[in-house]
Design a protein around this ligand. Structure first.
Ligand code: PEP
Length: 252
């Protein structure tokens, strides 16, 4: 039985003061989620990680939005795994479509980062998803398969169990145009099939999230599908009320 997971991707939003306010006010929500056997977390910017970690319920997952695979060195503007570890951060989102588009992050680069994270016993949240053009051309599955096979290449099945996958069709991110639950389930079940081919039965323990304009009003629909284990949520994870609504939708 896979545990449900809600992860808020704050992208480039919230100052440290705003992030602290959210962390302090989120304690009751985290309690409610844990009581219903749901994992909940947020991914603030680097400059907010420490304040969220220090001020939130310790059971709130606090994730980075990226990491460098090298421990230290001449990589201006980068953040390393030991730096995150010192703050108690053990989750990292990788391969988000915005980072793929604006920062040239490739599946090969994600693969190196995933190996480094797994060696450090950390949890990668690896994102995949197709553009509108690819979707309309009926090439979603081939696209996503390539991202999964390259991003997770060379990972041992026993390590793969802790990897979280987020399927996020790019045409649904921040557009208000969410994929139907049938489209999401179809692609996510397909991804689980690839994972089964790569890692055997471990695939049944791996959590796969849907992301793309998930809101308090539609999250429950996705959760009714057998292969969807939770959601990676951008816009609707920023305000406390909305975040609480997402948890309530997951509980349904
Ligand atoms: C995201 O950034 O991962 C995302 C899914 O954004 P939104 O929920 O705003 O579509």
């Amino acid at each position: 039985m896979r545990k449900k997971l809600l992860l808020g991707n704050w992208k480039m939003n919230k100052t440290p003061r705003e992030a602290k306010e959210f962390a302090l006010a989120s304690k009751e929500m985290v309690d409610y989620a844990i009581a219903h056997d749901i994992d909940v977390g947020v991914a603030p910017t680097y400059v907010c990680l420490q304040t969220v970690k220090e001020n939130a319920d310790p059971r709130l997952i606090v994730s980075a939005q990226n990491v460098n695979e090298h421990d230290h060195g001449a990589y201006t503007g980068e953040i390393s795994i030991p730096m995150l570890q010192e703050l108690g951060i053990s989750w990292v989102i990788l391969g988000h479509s915005e980072r793929r588009e604006y920062n040239g992050e490739t599946s090969e680069a994600c693969n190196a980062k995933i190996h480094a994270l797994l060696a450090a016993r950390m949890v990668p949240v690896y994102c995949c998803g197709e553009s509108l053009e690819t979707f309309e051309a009926g090439k979603t599955k081939a696209w996503v398969e390539e991202q999964i096979r390259v991003g997770l290449a060379g990972i041992a099945p026993e390590d793969a169990a802790s990897v979280v996958i987020a399927y996020e069709p790019i045409w649904a991110i921040g557009t208000g145009k969410s994929a139907t639950k049938e489209i999401a389930e179809d692609t996510i079940a397909f991804i689980r099939g690839i994972l089964r081919d790569m890692f055997g039965d471990v695939a049944d323990a791996m959590r796969i999230l849907y992301g793309g304009s998930v809101k308090p009003g539609n999250i429950a629909e996705y959760m009714s599908e057998p292969d969807i284990d939770g959601a990676l949520v951008g816009g609707a994870s920023l305000a406390l009320d909305s975040y609480r609504g997402l948890i309530e939708g997951l509980v349904k």
